[in-house]
Every structure is written in structure tokens, then in C-alpha cells.
Design a protein around this ligand. Sequence first.
Ligand code: HEM
Length: 457
Amino acid sequence: MTTDYGEVVMIQSEWFDDIRNNPHLSFLGTVAQVYILDRHNALIHWLMEVVVLQERICEVPGFEPLAALGEDGELVKIIARKQLTKLLNQVTAPLSDEIALAVSLNMGESAEWREIEIMPALRDITARMSSRVFVGEELARNEDWLQITTNYTVDAFVAINLLSVYPVNLRPYIGWLFPECRRMRNYYKRTREMIDPVMKKRDSMKQAALAAGQPAPVYNDALEWIVQESKEHNYGYDTATFQLIVSTVAINTTTDLLQSVLADLIRHPEAMQAVRDEIVHILKVDGWKKSSLYNMKLLDSALKETQRINPVFTAMRRSVEADTVLPDGTVVKKGSRIHIDTHRMVDPEVYENPEEWKGDRFSNMRSQSGKEHLAQLVTTSVDHFGFGHGNHACPGRFFAANELKIALCHLLIKYDWELAPGTPSDMFRLGFSQRANSHTKVLCRRRETVELDIDSL
Ligand code: HEM
């Protein structure tokens, strides 16, 4: 097919199991390709070698973190799989504290209805909760840092669209003209300026402790993990680049699902109440434990159902890094791109009434023998590609699922919600991607009577 990414080879999901672990098919390579290829000019595709184009985009100042996704993305994967997932148990309570603050700042404390644009508010909440884990408490509450981490990706996507109409060789120079590119350069520079002193301060505290014969202080956040993992895996590391990569892969995706599920719950008030009842019941008994989040089966189900109907990618993507033979013998050449179709997520043969949002679809499935695992939000399969599937399935999904659940606990227990009259709330669809609507407005008010004071847990 000729698509907004240029030429792609579409393959059916039924073939996916044959290629899911092929080491020459990369997901992050496709992210880099977006920044590499000139989507509007097939002639340039043909004339230029991908490598040359890649060098050119790296030369657009400010884009370094995106261009580095292919290499430094490995480090993000390792940290998400290993440290972040391992730490889930310990971060539940700190995440809840951070979210309590973020929700109060964004939604206010008034019991009167007020209208807000929901996406910026949820993006701020997501940035604060991710930052708590990725850069520690000090930077997570620093307004400058929050501005960088939320806005870098937003500006990057606008800049890519602006640049992509110009010939590739001119982009490094044209890039100096657009305010978005200017801001990206500035964010990148400021990221370094903010992170370097924190790292230096930590280093000197460690050295001072060791010199005094005392154990060095331990920091359990990604700033520290990057140093450890880079040493272990022999990567050159750059904390600023790493942090902006994390912002790119983690913040918009999480915000998006948070907004979409909130909108679905607002449209289904009886489901919202059932989810609230479940949250109250579980938190009253067990408090903030990782197992409490696991037991929120209805909430898990609602999230998975929203993602089934509105996944962030409507086709899974792979860049082909060595010639690859498909199950029917077709050879897909190195440098090309494969898309795997995800129709099974809305196929009536797989899901009854697939167009209908049923909050308890997956919790019902979870109670069927043999399907307990398959029905969970974090389980991927050829019937649900919300977090991808196979070798490159999202390594941040366990963390994202927890963040989303804790955020929804606060949002649903503390506030009443309505969609603002006449507000647009349908998804933005762009080729094979879709996003929650950035113009959606909601009404919210602090609930005067709550079933449980979750801040006191
Ligand atoms: C609701 C939130 C999220 C959604 C919907 C999401 C979705 C996805 C999807 C669809 C993929 C492609 C998988 C494939 O094609 O098989 C992916 C890959 C990835 N995600 Fe996420 N993601 C989310 C949150 C996160 C977070 C919080 C992190 C990091 C902390 C993260 C890190 C990554 C990385 C590093 C990859 C590349 C994996 C690879 O190439 O092997 N994601 N994500």
C-alpha cells in the first residue's frame, strides 16, 4: 500500500506468529524512519539511501533524541523491562502521592462544576507521575522540567510535519526557521542543564559518604538506572537524550489512553459507578499495594476495552533490517517497512458486537477458565494489539497500566464528570495512528461525599 509512511507491505495478523520473533524486524526502527523519510516525495525516497537521510535528520538540531531512538531505545527497553517492572511494588504509594497533587492542581478543589480542556490536564498529570519515577521527586515538581517533558514531543510532531514538505537536504537549515524546532533545541539544551547538576550533586554525595566510610546513598529512579545499566551493557549513555526518549514513548501514549477511557466511562455512567465501587472495595481492604491494582479487574477490563476499540496504532509496524522471507515465500527487502493489520481487534468472529464498548467484556472473559491471563490489560495477543505483540511488545506496559489505574482511582473517587455540551470527543485519525481528541472539554466537580478518603491510605 502507499500510505502516509510511503510504501508499506501489509500483512495479515494470522501470519504474525511466524515473524514475531524475527530479529531483523524492528519497531523502534519505524519510529526513526518517520523522521527519516520524506513522506510527501516518493522520488526522494527512491533517490536517496536511507542512511544518507538518517544522517540528514540527525543534523536538524533538537531532533537528536528522536534520531537516537534506534540505539538509545535499547536502554529504555532494558530499563522498562528490568528496573521499572521490578520496582512497581515500591512505586505505588509514591505515585499515588504525586497524582493526588497533580489532580488537585489540574482539576481544582471546588464542588462547583467547572469546564476544562481535558488533554492538557491529563498530560500534566501523566508527566508528573512519570517524572516522579524517571527523574525523582526533586525534578518531578520543577515546573521547568514539566514543561520540557510535556512539550518536547508535542513540538516534535508539529516540527516533523512542517519539515517533511521540504527536501531532505534542506531540512537542517530550514529547521532553524520554525519556532517548534527552536523550542526543541532549547528543551534539549535545558534538559542537560537541569539534569547535569542533579547528577553531579549525587556523585559528590556518594563520594563524600564513601570518604567518610559510610554507605553511599541509594537513589531508586531512572537517573540512577541509566548509569548502572549503561555500565553493565557497555552503552555510551546520555541522560538528557534518554529522558527525552522516555517522554516521547511514554507520556502521550499514556495520556491518550487515560483520556479515552475517561471519556468512555463518562458515556457509560453505570460502568463508571461499578468501577468506583470496585476501587473503594479493594482499597478499603488492601490499601495501595501492587496486588490491589491487579485485583481491580473491572477497571483493567474497561482500559483494555477502550484500547481494543481505539488503539494508538491501527497497524503494527516493523522496519525491515535484513531481507526477510514471509510465510508465503515473498521476500521483503531490507530498508522497507511492514505493517501488520489489526482487524481481529474489531472482528465479530473474535469479539461479539465488536463496535460496542462493554466495560466488563474482559473481566467476564477473565472469569472463564483458560482465559484469565489473556483477558488482562498487559497481555498481548493476535486478538489484541493495544500494546503491540511479540518481541517488540511495549516493555513499559506494566508500568503504564499501574499509572493509569492509580490515576483513575483518584479521578473517579474524587470527582464527578460530564462531557461539556457539544464538545467534540471522537478520535483524531491520521493514517495508521489515532489520538484522543485534543479539543475535548469536560465538566468536573469535586465530590462532596466520597466513599473513601484515598489520600489517607
Ligand atoms: C498506555 C501507554 C502506552 C501504550 C498504549 C504503548 C503502546 C506501545 C506500542 C503499540 C508499541 C509497539 C509494540 C509493537 O509494535 O509490538 C510500544 C513500544 C514501546 N513502548 Fe510503549 N506504550 C505505552 C507506554 C509506554 C511506557 C510508559 C514506556 C516506557 C517507560 C514505553 C516504552 C516503549 C518502548 C521502549 C517501545 C519499543 C519496544 C521495542 O521496540 O522493542 N511505552 N508501545
